[in-house]
Design a binder for this molecule. Structure first.
Ligand SMILES: [Zn+2]
Ligand SMILES: [Zn+2]
Length: 313
């Protein structure tokens, strides 16, 4: 894409070789770094030393999950935002105001990207597709090393394990799990005594974060702020473009990214597939699952097929 990336030595895989050894070597290298340094490496910043060449193939997957508020914690939403190190590094020479070029990734939900309603099998399929991504789009023995990013990310990984039986570590591609809270601590922006909220981090960059409890938004705001943290605050001070304007452009850009799996127009009130809740014309809805559990208010808000208490089917 740019002379900067083509000037770097090109990684070549020997014929018949799998990516496992290269990923293991990269994992050893990145394990010695702090979360801040790992994020800097992931966006293409040279922090010195001799990183393994397979680093070039790295992708960052930012993850958020949302659960129904009652116990047991039922998974209701997965938010994902991804970008490649190569694209990010290519933008390094002219990152734009607030490093906006780095943030145009592949989120698929809500304000950013597109929303899809999936069943359990489809959810696992999408996650496997994202976390075990072929370096050439075909050969599944040659996979991209992945940095998994999030806010309180270990909680989200646990939610995926508990609800879907999906453990990202089993895919063999994860070289590092990075938490924006730890990056914030690494930068001494917050103390270790208290967990820092994503809203506080967004406020630090004058981002008006909307609906942070929507998984897609949370994943994208986390990715944007993690990139900003890795770049350092100086570039933010120099930038003349308001950060909200940058975020709005990212939202528009990512709406065109289509996700072929799952249903686009599910009404989570009446359960039909041709509209969303604001267009719902159903007069009364009733959920017998919620009624049986004594959740009277919830029982009048949706039908059984879309009941969050039924779990994934
Ligand atoms: Zn409806
Ligand atoms: Zn229900």
């Amino acid at each position: 894409m740019t002379s900067l990336s083509s000037a770097r030595p090109e990684f070549k895989m020997s014929p018949g070789c799998s990516s496992a050894d290269s990923i293991a070597e990269l994992r050893r290298y990145i394990n010695d770094l702090t979360d801040l340094e790992a994020m800097q490496v992931a966006i293409g910043i040279d922090i010195g030393g001799s990183p393994p060449l397979y680093l070039e193939k790295m992708i960052v997957v930012c993850l958020d999950t949302e659960t129904y508020h009652r116990q047991p914690k039922m998974l209701t939403e997965i938010g994902i935002s991804t970008f490649t190190r190569q694209d990010s590094q290519a933008a390094l020479d002219s990152p734009g105001p607030h490093s906006e070029k780095r943030c145009k990734g592949d989120p698929e939900r809500n304000r950013f990207g597109q929303t899809r309603f999936v069943n359990k099998e489809q959810a696992i399929m999408v996650l496997e597709e994202i976390f075990a991504f072929s370096i050439n789009g075909r050969d599944k023995s040659m996979l991209c090393p992945v940095v998994c990013l999030g806010h309180g990310v270990s909680r989200h990984l646990e939610t995926l394990r508990d609800n879907l039986g999906f453990n990202i570590q089993n895919l063999g591609t994860i070289v590092r799990v990075v938490d924006i809270e730890t990056i914030d601590h690494d930068l001494a922006y917050s103390s270790w005594d208290q967990p820092v909220s994503l809203r506080t981090i967004c406020d630090g960059y004058y981002i008006t974060a909307e609906n942070l409890y929507t998984a897609g938004n949370n994943a994208m705001y986390t990715a944007i702020c993690a990139v900003r943290h890795a770049m350092g605050r100086d570039t933010a001070r120099e930038a003349r473009k308001p950060m909200d304007e940058v975020v709005e452009e990212i939202a528009e850009h990512t709406k065109g990214v289509d996700q072929p799996v799952g249903k686009k127009n599910l009404c989570t009130r009446c359960g039909r597939f041709n509209h969303r809740i604001p267009q719902c014309k159903a007069v009364h809805v009733r959920c017998s699952t919620c009624a049986e559990k004594g959740f009277w208010r919830a029982s009048k808000m949706h039908v059984d097929s879309v009941c969050p208490h039924k779990g994934w089917s």
